[in-house]
Write a protein that binds this ligand. Sequence first.
Ligand code: BG6
Ligand code: MG
Length: 211
Amino acid sequence: MIKAVLFDLDGVIVSTDGCHYRAWKRMADEEGIYFDEKINDRLRGVSRMASLEIVLERASRSYTEEEKVALAARKNDYYRDLIRELTPSDILPGAMENLNELKENGILVAVGSSSKNTPLILRRIGLDAFFDAVSDGNNISHSKPDPEVFLKAAEMLGTDPADCLVVEDADAGIEAGRRGGMKTLSVKGAVGADYFAPDLSDYSIFRRIIR
Ligand code: BG6
Ligand code: MG
């Protein structure tokens, strides 16, 4: 029986994808590295340093560890400048309605995100005190598709992983949920899930899954 829903943040509750893209693109352009939307799609759910390795696949020279840390920090500065502009109106359609309905029905809600910027994003969109638990890039050492971020969220809630439903827009996130022994709901075409929805604008989606 589903007792808790663990939400990915980027691309599920708030659309930060465009901000990630613009920040990586700016950094890549400055370095003369080819970068496009298709490469950006591969970064969904992947940690900052692992994302950088993917971006650097198209670099014409190799970078030292020190340089990589500086590149990731530069991208993150650009990204933070963009997400500072987020407001509650950037919460994706249907997310708030579904979150409220889950809470009203006694289902626990948590965030499970690879992003170290999760606290800032939640503050900007006014949801910093909303969730029963927040597990993010700051408390994990293995990024999705490793299940760590979701297992930590389940642990914080005191809920058995088998009683959790993970909501994800990334293939890596669906895999993480499955490897954690959880049920999975895909939005925006992530593959391999138990359930599928285009996005959260369908208000009855959780009612149909959690019976
Ligand atoms: C995930 C995003 O939520 O967080 C990835 O889908 C991103 O694209 C990852 O790379 C890490 O984010 P941050 O904010 O810690 O750089
Ligand atoms: Mg995501």
